[in-house]
Design a binder for this molecule. Structure first.
Ligand SMILES: C[S@@+](CC[C@H](N)C(=O)[O-])C[C@H]1O[C@@H](n2cnc3c(N)ncnc32)[C@H](O)[C@@H]1O
Length: 377
């Protein structure tokens, strides 16, 4: 444990002593509670003036302070420009974000450091809600008030801070000391409402601890900015059930409220997407073709799945390369890379794979794999 705060010359200290701790869990060993138990932290030096509230062990918080947080504040400052949206009340949805100027597809709309972090290992542990409340309190009256003012799941009757985390946290991952899961709340991003054909996509950047939100399509002033809370490649009934179970609302988005025969058509397209996926993802099966992958692209477009279109482009790139058509392969690889970088981030394996294909399609594992058959794989 550091005896002096970790800090850079130009920044506030990022390490703070725990505000409160739970005893260590059985099997974790160690006598000293503040070394092994889960604790509440609040540090005002992170993303000032917001700060960071965290529920985790001192060891993991220290790892974060050392490896991540120093870089975050500068990355956020470098990217700050006037927001192309404003928060306002949306009938039936609480607060939401509305575009205040045209936003072009691919434009970065938000880049926001995390404000509340709950260690996946602490989530649900007896007494974790108390630690969460203490960490949020530690942000100071103004910021704690902002966190507590976020929406809770409809019908929530438990504690405020827990409700806020359950209603707004994204599952995010970090790399310090091996893979680990966190639940992160972002003050601005939390105001994005759900739609089943959202106009925004996002990814979490592990280096800067920022959530980055990008336009998946052109957006006009006055349009609401939306993301998806659930897997969109599910039929309307399953999507509705999962939104209602976790957030307690009934989705009234355009994709969910069409006339019944149009809704049935949409659900059948979802089924066709799933069937095509199975065929093109079976590299040894012989049923995948470039035409099927291109049909996948069309179905994604028809379903308004622009925030996930990179998935279809990736498959079209593989199929054309597998067929030995390097020009078409590179075309789709370029499209997939362009969208994939925005929606999933740099470190995803499919992004690396597309980079390799763009560089030299014939050197990519998929070159002519459909033509040359199984021996190629
Ligand atoms: C992450 S918050 C989004 C921002 C929220 N509207 C607010 O006022 O802060 C999630 C909550 O917003 C509401 N919400 C989000 N999308 C919705 C939708 N499509 N229809 C109705 N309510 C929605 C629900 O109350 C949900 O629990």
């Amino acid at each position: 444990m550091p005896t002096r705060p970790l800090q850079r010359a130009d920044q506030q200290p990022l390490w703070t002593d725990p505000l409160a701790c739970l005893p260590p869990l059985p099997g974790h060993g160690g006598e000293r509670v503040n070394r092994q138990g889960t604790c509440a932290f609040a540090t005002p030096g992170f993303n000032p003036p917001v700060g960071l509230a965290a529920v985790t062990t001192p060891r993991r918080f220290l790892e974060l302070a050392r490896s991540r947080l120093n870089r975050t504040a500068s990355a956020a400052a470098a990217g700050s420009t006037a927001s192309p949206y404003r928060a306002t009340a949306i009938p039936g949805k609480g607060i939401g974000l509305i575009a205040t100027r045209p936003i072009r597809a691919g434009e970065r709309v938000m880049a926001e450091p995390v404000t509340v972090l709950v260690d996946g290992q602490a989530w649900g542990q007896e007494g974790w809600e108390g630690l969460l409340a203490a960490a949020v309190e530690g942000l100071g009256e103004k910021m704690a008030g902002e966190v507590r003012g976020l929406a809770m799941p409809d019908g929530w009757t438990g504690g405020v801070e827990e409700g806020v985390v359950r209603g707004n946290a994204f599952k995010i991952s970090g790399k310090t000391g091996g893979e680990m899961g966190w639940h992160g709340v972002f003050l601005g991003v939390s105001r994005l409402n759900h739609a089943c054909a959202p106009n925004m996509g996002y990814h979490f950047d592990r280096d800067s601890m920022e959530m980055r939100v990008y336009a998946a399509q052109d957006v006009w002033p006055g349009e609401e900015l939306t993301i998806s809370y659930v897997d969109l490649i599910q039929d309307s009934h399953t999507r509705q059930e999962s939104l209602s179970a976790t957030w307690g609302f009934t989705c009234t988005c355009q994709r969910c409220t069409r006339e019944s025969h149009v809704l049935a058509e949409s659900d059948s397209r979802v089924q066709q997407i799933l069937d095509l996926w199975r065929e093109v993802d079976d590299y040894g099966g012989g049923k995948g073709t470039p035409e099927k992958a291109e049909l996948l692209v069309t179905l994604y477009e028809l379903e308004g799945l622009q925030a996930r279109i990179h998935e279809a482009y990736y498959r079209a790139a593989l199929e054309w390369n597998g067929d030995g058509d390097q020009t078409r392969a590179v075309r789709y690889a370029r499209l997939g890379l362009d969208r994939g970088l925005l929606m999933k981030g740099e470190d995803k394996p499919f992004v690396q794979s597309l980079r390799e294909m763009v560089k030299d399609p014939k050197d990519h594992w998929s070159w002519r794999f459909r033509v040359d058959g199984k021996e190629k794989l």
